[in-house]
Design a binder for this molecule. Structure first.
Ligand SMILES: [Fe+2]
Ligand SMILES: [Fe+2]
Length: 129
């Protein structure tokens, strides 16, 4: 398990917490498939993770727009930077099909990004939407 539920910061919005918990499960499953070197499962779970991330980001962006939240452009820019990184990861995956690359991305980039993003951006946003 690369990300424990206890380590996930809770925010004051139930929809956002549910999105984060769903994502945590997919990240852990994908990380395990990477450790096992199961390329077919990695392939399926990576696509699932990308869909999930898009759903997560889009939902938060809709909440912010509805609430006319002042920091929407900054928060969305943070999402866009991760959309770009995950897009690059998918490209590398399609070329090399190397589970270790995906594992490294999760361990060295995604988990720390997510924890910091939730604490820094989602927590403040949750108070305002
Ligand atoms: Fe979030
Ligand atoms: Fe966010």
């Amino acid at each position: 398990m690369v990300l424990r539920k206890e380590d996930l910061p809770m925010v004051s919005n139930a929809i956002m917490n549910a999105l984060h918990e769903d994502e945590l499960e997919i990240i852990n499953e994908l990380h395990q498939a990477c450790q096992e070197g199961n390329a077919d499962v990695v392939d399926q779970l990576l696509q699932l993770l990308i869909q999930d991330i898009e759903d997560h980001f889009t939902t938060e962006e809709e909440l912010m727009r509805e609430a006319e939240f002042f920091a929407y452009p900054m928060h969305k820019a943070e999402h866009d930077s991760m959309r770009k990184r995950i897009g690059e990861l998918l490209e590398r995956w399609r070329k090399h099909k190397e589970p270790k690359e995906v594992q490294k991305f999760i361990e060295e980039e995604l988990v720390s990004w997510l924890l910091l993003h939730i604490a820094r951006w989602d927590a403040t946003t949750a108070e305002a939407v």
